[in-house]
Design a protein around this ligand. Sequence first.
Ligand SMILES: Cc1ncc(COP(=O)(O)O)c(C=O)c1O
Length: 418
Amino acid sequence: MTASSESSLSPAVDPLNGHDVRRDFPVLDQQINGNRLAFLDSAASAQRPRPVLEAIAAYEERDHANVHRGVHTLSHRATEAYESARKKVRRFVNAASEREIVFTRGTTEAINLVAATLSQSWTSGDEIIVTELEHHANIVPWQMLADQHGFRLRVLPINNRGELLVEQLPDLINDRTRLLCLAHVSNALGTINPVTECVAMARARNVRTLIDGAQAVPHMPVDVRAVDCDFYAFSGHKMYGPTGIGVLYGRESLMQSLPPWQGGGDMILTVSFSGTTFNELPYRFEAGTPNIAGAIGLGAAIDYLESIGMANVATRESALLKYATDKLTELPGLRLIGTAANKTSVLSFTVEGTHPHDLGTILDHQGVAIRTGHHCAMPVMEHFNIAGTARASLGIYNTTDDIDQLYKGLTKALEMLR
Ligand SMILES: Cc1ncc(COP(=O)(O)O)c(C=O)c1O
């Protein structure tokens, strides 16, 4: 990291003051429609710092071969790099063992893996609890499963600030409840949910828990053992790593009891036409050639985040969120959607008399990248009785300059649209 050229938060609230993280991200060094790029769409997918790009290039240029069981040097190197990424993930989320870390394509695949395996011991009439603020990835797999097998979905609602009504959770749990599925952080609202408290309530009643951590791991320290959940899922591309790679953490004792999911190479020990025996954890859940470069890139993203320190990331982003919230709410007619007391990194809003897509398009003309629409959280939109929002989401490279550019862009958009 190099000395800052960007205006920033006051040194009192900015642990990264004096470090220009932005310069570590080559993609940010460009003009969009003749303007400096203000990238405020990290909740959809974050950009990658140079060390991640370099780690992937080094692997592809020097070390590529298939992993596991190879006797030649390149296969040893590829295996070593792939397994070392798993060790970094284990440490990053404080899992007890590497056997608890399964590489997947992303959060979506991790959730589908749990849906397909855990549910095999359930019977018709069993219940799954989801919340009203879940991403579709943590709703649709459960709905599909419920339709196929006669399970029932129950929904923990939110209030008008976008906070879960946690006090209603005990009433939703009964003898048929098998699983509680819960986002750590809402991608549409930024709400940080009290996951540890919810998991404790579920565990007290023998209910399994799955946390969707896609929007938490890039923004705060995560400790799966402190949360005490059974499963925790996240995606590489939201935490400055590559697309197509993600992680399912699963408590070892539970993972041992799950049936295999996809069948193929690497997940077996022996195969014959009289029967097949399956590999140990975590390989039993990694059928076929994995995304080796993706895992290596994810490992480099973890190194990068750890070099900054997740506590510093959280402190900085929370100060920037406050700066952005204060600034944006000065705009007449702007309504923040999601005003939870405990919130991170997301500013979802509507502006009276404008359509979010028009705002997004006019902002793009001024170099500001935000996302507009339902953010794959249509039940949240339904709750607030809106079709969609404009969403600015923060990452570690954002500065007050980005927020000022957003503010200026919105002022211009409002002049044009009203
Ligand atoms: C909270 C949350 N869960 C799940 C997902 C799905 O992640 P992926 O598309 O990487 O599988 C996202 C992506 O936006 C998300 O924000």
